[in-house]
Design a protein around this ligand. Sequence first.
Ligand code: SF4
Ligand code: SF4
Length: 678
Amino acid sequence: MRRALFAVLLTAALGMFTWTVRRFTRMILAGRPEGRFDDREARVDSVLRYFFGQKKVIEETIIPAKRWPRFVSALGSKYHFLIFWGFIFITIGTVETIVAGIFPSFSWQALLGATVGHALSAVIDAFSLTVLLLVVFAFFRRIVLQPRLIPMSRDAAAILSAIGLLMLTYFGMRRLDGAAAEACWWAHVVILLAFLNYLLYSKHSHILAALPNIYFRKLGQRGILPKLNMEADDMAATGVVQGFADFTWKSLLDGFACTECARCTNACPAYNTGKPLSPMQVIHDVRDDLRTRMPDRGPLDVLLDKFQHGAGAAADTVQPLIGGRTSEDVLWACTTCGACQEVCPVFIDHPEKIIQMRQNLVLVQEKVPTDLARTFTNLERNGNPWGIGADKRMDWADGLGVPTLDDHPDAEYLLWVGCAGAFDDRIKKQTRALVDVMREGGVDFAVLGLEEGCTGDPARRSGNEMLYQMQAQQNVEAMNGKNVKKVITACPHCLHTIKNEYPQLGGNFEVRHHTQLIRELVDSGKIELDAVANAAKADGGPGKLTFHDPCYLGRWNGEYDAPRAALDALPGGPDARVELPRNKEHGFCCGAGGGRMWMEEKIGTRVNHNRTDEILASGVDTVATACPFCTIMLRDGVQDRNAGERVQVLNVSELVAKSMKRKKQIDAAQAVPPPSST
Ligand code: SF4
Ligand code: SF4
C-alpha cells in the first residue's frame, strides 16, 4: 500500500516538475539566439571554480545592516558555501529515500557494502546536521543580523522552513521507530516533492539555473554591446529590446539563476548614493515580466505571485517592462561602471540589459532627459559632447607642433586625444603632459587633428545607438583611410570603444591606454624619473598618493597594474602609495560613465562626493587618475568639500611629466667635462 501510494505521489510530482521545467525552458529559449557554445574547456573550468568551488561566494562579503563581530559577518556571507556542499551530500541521501520508497530493500549499505555504506551514511548525517544548524543561522541572519537588501520574505521563510523540516524529518525517520518513523518518512517525502515543485517559482530557481548560467557565461572581453542593425526598415528588425522576449535566451536565463544575494546592489554606486536603481531588481523585473506574460499562465501562477509579493502583484501584468516595471529613473541612474557584474556569483550581466532598455527609451519611446538631449545635439552638430566648434579641436596643441597623420603619415602610433583632452581646459593640460612624456620617451606619433570625432561612447552607453554608429563609422573610415595600425588613447572610454567595439564596424586596431605606454617607457629606461627629489608635497612632489581606478580601464579592460607601476616609479617610490578601501575590481565609480557626465544628479547624494570622502579619509596628498572624466569628477568633489588645498587631483601623465629627468639634463650630467684651459 505504502509503495503504491508513494509511486502515485512520486509520478504526479515528477510529472508536474517536468511540465514546469518545460514551460519555463520554452519561454527562455524563445529569447533571441546567442552563441555561447564555444571553448568547452574554459566553460567546464568556470563551473568547477565558480559553481562547485563557489569562488565568488567565498571572496565577497555581504554588507550587514548592523555592526556585528567580524566572524559573524564573515559567516553571514560564506555560509552558502557550506549549505551548497551540504545539499550535494544530502541529495545522495535523498536518492536513497526515493529509491527505497519503490524498492524497500534498497540502501547504500546493501549496494556498496557495509563499510562504505556506513561511512556514506555518517557523512550524510554530518552534513544534514550542519545544514540544520545553518538553517537556524539563516533565520538568525535575516531576522537579527539583517544583511542589507536580504529581508525575511515569505518566499525565504517558506524555503528555509522546508529545508529545516526536511532535515528534522530525515533524522526522525532514521532515529525513531514504528509509527513515528513512518510519519517522519511520509512528511519527508511530501515536503521534498512539494519543495521540488515550488523551486522554479521561487528565488531557489537558482539551484537549477546557476550551473548552466555559469557554464554559458560570457568569456573573453567584457562589456562589448551587441550591435543593432540601424539599416533595418523598421524598429523591430533593428534588434532593439521592446520587452522581455527581445532579450537573448542567456539574458532570460540570468533571471532564474539570480540567488538574490544582493551583492550587485550593495556594490552599485547609484544605489549607494540614494538612487532608485538596484541592479538585482532590474534582473528580477525582466524575470517577473516573463513570468506574468507566460501564455499558459494560470491560477497557480497568480496564487504564487500573491503569496510572494502580496495581493497587488496581479496588477503587474499590465505594466510595460521598460519605463514601467523598470522605471526611467532607474535606467538613467546607471553609470555603467560594471561593479554589479563583477561581484555576481553567477555571472549575470546587468549593465548590458540596462543599456538595452535605454536604447528602447531613446530610439523607440523617444524619452530622453533634457540635459542628455542637449548632449546628443552637441554630438551631432560639433562631434563632441561639449558643443564647442569642431574647428577648435586642435587648440589644445597650440605651440606644441604636434603633427597630424597628414603631416606624418608613417607615424608608428595614432595618439587618440579624445573630446575631453581636446576641449576641456583642465584636461587639455593632461594631454599636453602626455605629449611631453611621449616625446621624452622618443615615441613616434601623430594625431588625427580635425578629423578626430567623439568615439561615440557617450551616445552608445546612453542608448543612442544610431548616433554612436554614425560617429564611430566616420572615425573608422578616417583611421582606415590613413592606414592606422596602433593607437594610444588618453581616455579609458576611448580605449574600450576603439579597441573592443570598432571591430564591429570594420575598425581593427592595436589599442593601448596611455598608462600602459608610460609603464613600458619607464620599464625600458626610455624615460627616467627622479627617484629622490621632490618626493614631498611641500617640495612640489606628490607626497602620499593613491590611485583611483577608472571603471573602463580596470573592470572592463582588466588593467590595474600599469598605472600603479608608473606611480611606483615616481619620487617617493612604492612606499608613498596607499590603496583606497575600495580598489581594483571593487573600485568605486567617479559617477561620470554611461553618459552620466552630462546628466544632472538630482536624486540622492552625488557619486563623486561619496568617492571623494573616501579619498579624503585616506589622508593622501595626491589622488592619481587615468581618465579625464575621473579627473573632472574628483576635482569637483575635492573642491565641493573645500579640500582643494589639501589634496591635488592629477593624471598619471602629469605626475610622470613633472618628475621626468629631461634628456638634456641627463646628457649634461653624463657629459665629460671639457679639459681645463689653464
Ligand atoms: S553598472 Fe554600476 S551603476 Fe550600473 S547598475 Fe551596475 S553597479 Fe550600478
Ligand atoms: S544578480 Fe547576481 S549579485 Fe545580484 S543578487 Fe542576483 S546573484 Fe546576487
